[in-house]
Write a new protein. Structure first.
Length: 163
């Protein structure tokens, strides 16, 4: 994890990390929206490891995908979550905190390193939002995910009252 710059904004921290968010988040593959707000909470629907060119990263973690590769996939999912969030809010500075993540890992029955995999997303959110990026979380394995993607993560953020 790179050092957090307490003086920076989430946008400047992304730039410092060399991360360019896609202009638009991946489109939902069902009858739902990427982002929904209720009061000061913003819910980001489950996102997957979709590269900027639309390539889906798929496979079975603990089988044909290593835990280390899946951790990188989870980091990419966090990038897509931030892209959906920025597209909805206009600016990530409106975020006052990351509340919770739910991480699903498409894993073999023997695989047990689900928290390690989802740390790829958690670490990135801490790098971008600092102490306010530390969140509650659940991480577990599932038998399959849509399009056989390796990881799916949903997120809940808090935004400033005036945003």
């Amino acid at each position: 994890m790179k050092l957090f710059d307490p003086a920076g904004t989430p946008e400047s921290r992304l730039k410092h990390l060399g991360i360019v968010l896609p202009k638009s988040a991946p489109k939902p593959i069902g009858s739902f929206c990427n982002v929904r707000r209720s009061g000061n909470l913003v819910f980001v629907s489950g996102q997957g490891p979709v590269e900027a060119d639309g390539t889906l990263l798929s496979g079975k973690v603990g089988g044909d995908v290593t835990a280390e590769a899946a951790r990188d996939h989870a980091r990419l999912v966090a990038v897509n979550i931030l892209s959906a969030l920025r597209q909805y809010l206009g600016d990530l500075s409106a975020v006052s905190g990351v509340i919770k993540l739910l991480g699903l890992v498409n894993a073999t029955p023997e695989f047990s390193r689900h928290p390690y995999v989802i740390d790829g997303a958690s670490d990135l959110l801490a790098e971008v939002f600092g102490a306010e990026g530390i969140h509650a979380r659940s991480a577990f394995g599932v038998a399959s995910l849509p399009n056989q993607i390796t990881v799916e993560i949903e997120a809940i953020f808090e935004v400033s009252a005036g945003e």
